[in-house]
Write a protein that binds this ligand. Structure first.
Ligand SMILES: [Zn+2]
Length: 331
């Protein structure tokens, strides 16, 4: 079912206007980061679901991630071409999750790029075999979500579930016309695109959030479009906690002044540090529990969760990640 292939909930909660917003659309706010470099920051519950990037290379545009629906992807392309007067030439898929790639069909006439591993996971996990079945399963999922929202007392969990409900409803609306378009140009660790106006670097330092996570780095402008290697106030899904930490360590060695997260508002280096600390917390507590033979059930229910993690969003909460990391170290 297609809903298993989008991320669990993503809500930009703290609206910090660190970058100048130049345009508002139904799906996203457009921030200017540098001349010809823009971040499209998703508005919660509208079907964009994740952030995207627009980079003017000189001869044409590069788009970083295509949002969760063709409707949002269409608006992204329209705004990008209208804003710059140039055509999109490249689309990058940071990782295979649906909330970053379900808008791909809008860019099917451009060169779509990802790592070969992302393409493999995309093809294997995002298939729509039977449209009617997908629609039925999504409707069923939404029904269950609604019930869950009704009985959830915790404010932050309720907000997370509600946002999930809205995003999935937007996907359901677009499902009948959705076509999955896969990346056609593949790389492994690094790909540099030299435009007449600027140079951009695609880097994959491994897989932390998914088996393969790519970020876009603009060395001159010191901007990083991080995909879901960086998110804000969110218990994001973790694929490999150790590798995730190693990737962030390497990213920190780059000269990066503006960090655009996959979900939430752009900031500076502090966003990287917060992610690192979160992972260190999960890893540290879990290792200790595994070493002391504490059962998963006792560990997850008895661990005291420090602020600010209690206020972070995510439909599985921090306990979902603690279970995931526990399984990783128990193997
Ligand atoms: Zn993701």
């Amino acid at each position: 079912m297609i809903i298993n292939r989008v991320d669990t909930n993503k809500v930009p909660v703290r609206v910090k206007r660190v970058k100048e917003i130049i345009r508002e659309t139904d799906f996203f706010s457009l921030c200017i980061l540098s001349d010809g470099v823009y971040a499209a920051i998703a508005k919660p519950g509208q079907g964009a679901w994740s952030n995207a990037g627009i980079v003017d290379l000189g001869e044409g545009l590069l788009i970083f991630d295509s949002f969760a629906t063709p409707s949002a992807g269409y608006e992204l392309r329209k705004q990008a071409e209208d804003l710059t007067g140039k055509k999109v030439r490249y689309l990058i898929n940071s990782h295979y999750h649906g909330d970053h790639v379900f808008g791909n069909q809008i860019f099917s006439d451009t060169t779509i790029i990802s790592t070969s591993l992302t393409r493999k996971w995309f093809e294997e996990n995002n298939k729509i075999v039977d449209l009617n079945q997908e629609i039925e399963e999504t409707e069923e999922y939404l029904k269950k979500l609604k019930e869950q929202i009704g009985v959830t007392a915790d404010r932050f969990m309720k907000e997370s579930l509600t946002s999930q409900y809205k995003e999935m409803s937007a996907i359901l609306k677009d499902l009948p016309t959705m076509k999955l378009v896969f990346p056609a140009v593949l790389f492994e660790e690094k790909l540099v695109i030299e435009g007449s106006k600027r140079k951009v670097e695609l880097n994959c330092f491994g897989g932390g959030h998914t088996p393969s996570d790519t970020f876009l780095y603009l060395p001159e402008e010191k901007v990083g479009f991080m995909g879901d290697l960086v998110t804000v106030d969110l218990h994001l899904p973790i694929y490999d906690p150790e590798e995730f930490s190693t990737i962030l360590e390497k990213v920190k060695l780059l000269d990066m002044e503006t960090v655009v997260p996959g979900h939430g508002y752009p900031g500076g280096n502090e966003l990287l540090c917060t992610m690192e600390k979160y992972l260190a917390f999960l890893i540290g507590k879990t290792k200790e529990a595994v070493k002391n033979n504490v059962s998963l059930e006792d560990f997850v229910s008895n661990l005291e969760i420090p602020d600010p993690y209690t206020e972070w969003r995510g439909v599985n909460g921090i306990r979902g990640n603690l279970s995931k990391v526990y399984a990783y170290y128990s193997e």
